[in-house]
Design a protein around this ligand. Structure first.
Ligand SMILES: Cc1cc2nc3c(=O)[nH]c(=O)nc-3n(C[C@H](O)[C@H](O)[C@H](O)COP(=O)(O)OP(=O)(O)OC[C@H]3O[C@@H](n4cnc5c(N)ncnc54)[C@H](O)[C@@H]3O)c2cc1C
Length: 484
């Protein structure tokens, strides 16, 4: 197809449903390959990450940390001060950051790149090559489904009769945006979004209660991670209730909602000014017409793909959040962006590139942060690896001790036969930065000895990795500074 055709007949080499990070990565690569691409968007250009996910949450979480640290100094000799802040202004600057980033990284790319076009509106497939957006028919030789996910709304009696928030509260151009700080908040759900936002609101001064259904928060993480983070959150005053299943809600007054939950099987009621439902994500696959073209979905509605990200319909591909955990994927922006490129190559050049999701570092932006890569102890055992696990408390890390930040852990899982490190979990300040050392090491199948022999900067949190590795051979508590 030539460039001239773009605006005339709305036919494209690659038609992409969605305009999030996954879609943009695919569209850009398509253009680099000399092909034309169209994206469709029913909400805001750029999708979840820039508009209502990663960017606004990390912006406000950092502001909350500054406010909190001022009133809770870690050092004797520093006087706590109650920092004054204007929540409305914080929200306005967050909107400014979102708009600026969206203009720079998404909108301007579309303006500048004449091979890429965006159609606003809900796209519905009418056959395997054509989507309808409003009245307009748009066709693509190849189609990428990158429609992402939305918050899951659980079955809780009378939930449909009360106002509630979802993670969409972070959005900047839609009605769901929260502009006033709630005095109190009950959060149903205890996953990463609930924990990040819960701690953020708590640090701004909201009275926060988190109701988590499982016995522990983050049940799929290492137990030491869950324990360390639970301690940290409770220690700073967050009311974290586990084994709590919300069963009904009631609007008591304009300013009060009551949530009834079974806590360990016994009914308890929780009252708050606002309710935030953060019980996970579900795929946007029910609004796309996939049934018309026969694209197969898994039991939870995520699009089924093979390891080249192709669906069962040969010219249709899927990537990003909408494939869920197929191909061992994770619901995270860089994964979708990475895989969007693979789709462009496979769909447009027959590259037959397979996805490689073996090493995906992930971070929960609480304080302390949680960062993980590779397998947990239980997962390694499940795959038949005879493993050894070493967990060190952060007190053994000089930087943590020196800066009064010693709540946390570092855990390493190794294959005891080969000494290859197969998993790392961290709870510590800046864990999201430190985890990259472990991720690169996992990528190159490094061994325990590599972590020990590599000279680490002193004093840094990254030394936790070296110390955890040393703990295989000796008691790291008995080492002098930097000794191996
Ligand atoms: C609160 C929060 C915090 C997060 N923090 C992080 C983080 O720190 N780091 C990280 O890596 N990830 C984070 N994530 C996850 C991250 O945002 C997602 O993994 C990522 O945005 C997925 O990108 P995507 O392109 O696959 O889908 P999306 O970005 O969701 O894009 C899909 C788009 O498709 C549109 N769409 C759906 N159906 C149709 C249709 N029929 N027609 C037209 N358009 C349609 C949707 O409106 C949406 O805009 C966070 C998510 C949330 C909610």
């Amino acid at each position: 197809m030539t460039e001239k055709n773009i605006n005339k007949n709305s036919s494209f080499d690659l038609l992409i449903l969605g305009s999030g990070s996954t879609a943009f990565a695919a569209a850009l690569r398509a253009a680099e390959l000399g092909k034309t691409a169209a994206m469709t968007e029913m909400r805001t250009l750029g999708g979840t990450c820039v508009n209502r996910g990663c960017l606004p949450s990390k912006n406000l979480i950092e502001a909350a940390r500054i406010v909190w640290e001022a009133s809770h100094p870690r050092y004797a000799g520093l006087e706590p001060v109650k920092m004054k802040f204007d929540f409305g202004e914080l929200i306005a600057q967050k909107d400014g950051v979102v708009h600026g980033y969206r203009d720079k990284k998404y909108q301007s790319i579309v303006y500048e790149e004449d091979k890429i076009k965006v159609f606003n509106g809900q796209a519905t497939l009418i056959d395997a090559h054509t989507a309808l957006v409003g009245e307009q028919k748009i066709s693509g030789e190849q189609i990428l489904i990158a429609t992402g996910t939305r918050p899951t709304i659980p079955h809780i009696e009378s939930l449909d009769r009360v106002p509630y928030l979802t993670s969409d509260l972070l959005t900047s151009d839609e009605l769901q945006e929260l502009k006033e700080l709630p005095a109190s908040l009950v959060i149903v759900g205890g996953g990463y979004i609930a924990l990040e936002l819960g701690q953020m609101f708590h640090r701004f001064g909201t009275k926060v209660t988190i109701l988590e259904r499982s016995q522990v928060i983050l049940p799929n993480y290492e137990p030491e991670v869950s324990e360390a983070l639970t301690f940290a959150l409770r220690d700073e005053g967050i009311h974290l209730v586990t084994e709590a299943q919300a069963i009904s809600v009631l609007q008591k007054s304009d300013d009060e909602i009551e949530i009834v939950a079974l806590v360990g099987g016994i009914k308890q009621s929780f009252k708050a000014q606002k309710l935030l439902v953060a019980t996970g994500r579900e795929p946007n696959t029910d609004n796309v017409g996939l049934d018309k073209v026969g694209v197969q979905l898994d039991k939870r509605g995520f699009v089924k793909v093979n390891d080249e990200l192709q669906t069962n319909v040969p010219n249709m591909w899927a990537a990003g959040d909408v494939i869920g955990h197929q191909t061992e994927s994770q619901l995270a922006t860089p994964v979708g962006a990475h895989d969007g490129v693979i789709v462009a190559k496979n769909a447009l050049t027959n590259a037959h590139q397979k996805v490689d999701h073996r090493v995906i570092p992930r971070t929960i932006f609480t304080d302390p942060q949680v960062a993980v890569v590779g397998m947990t102890d239980a997962e390694a055992n499940g795959t038949g690896i005879r493993c050894w696990c070493g967990t060190i408390p952060l007190e053994l890390v000089p930087r943590a001790e020196a800066t009064h930040q010693s709540n946390g852990i570092a855990k390493m899982v190794i294959n005891n036969d080969t000494h290859e490190v197969v998993g790392v979990s961290l709870v510590m300040p800046n864990a999201g930065e430190v985890i990259h050392e472990a991720a690169m090491a996992l990528r190159f199948r490094s061994k325990l000895e590599d972590y020990i022999e590599m000279i680490h900067v002193y004093p840094t949190m990254a030394e936790a990795l070296k110390i955890a590795a040393i703990s295989y051979f000796k008691d790291p508590a008995k080492l002098s500074c930097c000794a191996e």
